[in-house]
Design a protein around this ligand. Structure first.
Ligand code: SAM
Length: 243
């Protein structure tokens, strides 16, 4: 695995991802707001609007963390529908569960610890699967795309919201500077953990760009693969349909 600065074996990557999210879980929401200046909320709202999810639908939010998308989906599907908030990391899941229970929105939500690469759900089960800011942390992305395809119903949608490549070279330069200097600095101030945020910046740089990810989704078996750039391509939403 190439993190940009050093080669790290696969098992070590999984271990590092686990440590990063364990370490930042408690301050994760605050950091999200600070780092994106609140814009991540808009990216998530757009995702919901483009999801096609309706009342009564069944949704899986994998790598769901503290449950931002899950909360929005839960309102959309209503009491006849249901949402599964799944994450590989017990600390993130715990923070998400407490937060959703506090808000009283957990009635139609289930919490499951699961790895996106080998999902523990039946075939053809969900109307929609979402993975927001999670795919870049997954070791075997192709396996995850295939596993998500398996659990979708025919006609169901996969939504991948993820950091991507800015389309404008000037924005790209500014963004690189921001992520490699401001991010670790903020990380150190808020979570006392600059390393985790250095890892975040590296993982963003290594993640496949818009076209590459669209190609990987097509290769996994999705049809009508499309993407929308948000904020000049800093983030992209990919959508694919299960045939
Ligand atoms: N979706 C949430 C959001 O948008 O705020 C959380 C995103 S957080 C940056 C990434 C999440 O991916 C973490 O909670 C982490 O534990 C989870 N994750 C990493 N690798 C995973 C895997 N293989 N399967 C499931 N979840 C994973």
């Amino acid at each position: 695995i190439d993190f940009g600065y050093q080669k790290v074996p696969v098992a070590e990557k999984q271990q590092r991802v686990a440590e990063v999210f364990h370490s930042v879980a408690a301050r994760y929401d605050l950091m999200n707001d600070l780092m994106s200046m609140g814009i991540h909320r808009l990216w998530k709202r757009f995702t919901i609007e483009l999801s096609g999810v309706r009342k009564g639908h069944s949704v899986l939010d994998i790598a769901g963390g503290t449950g931002d998308l899950t909360t929005l989906f839960s309102k959309l599907v209503g009491p006849q529908g249901n949402v599964v908030l799944a994450d590989i990391n017990a600390s993130m899941l715990q923070v998400g569960r407490d937060r959703l229970l506090d808000r009283g929105v957990a009635d139609n939500i289930e919490f499951v610890q699961a790895n996106a690469e080998c999902l523990p759900f039946p075939d053809n089960h969900f109307d929609c699967v979402s993975i927001a800011f999670g795919l870049r942390n997954v070791t075997n992305k192709q396996a995850a795309l295939e596993s998500m395809l398996r659990v979708l119903k025919p006609g169901g949608r996969l939504l991948v919201l993820e950091f991507s490549k800015p389309t404008n070279p000037l924005l790209s330069k500014l963004y690189d500077q921001y992520s490699f200097s401001a991010l670790p600095f903020m990380g150190r101030m808020v979570t006392q953990d600059a390393d985790s945020y250095r890892y975040l910046a590296e993982s963003i740089r290594m993640h496949p760009d818009q076209q590459t990810l669209a190609g990987m989704m097509t290769e996994a078996g999705y049809e009508q693969v499309k993407y929308h750039n948000f904020t000049g391509g800093i983030v992209a939403l990919h959508r694919g349909i299960k045939p």
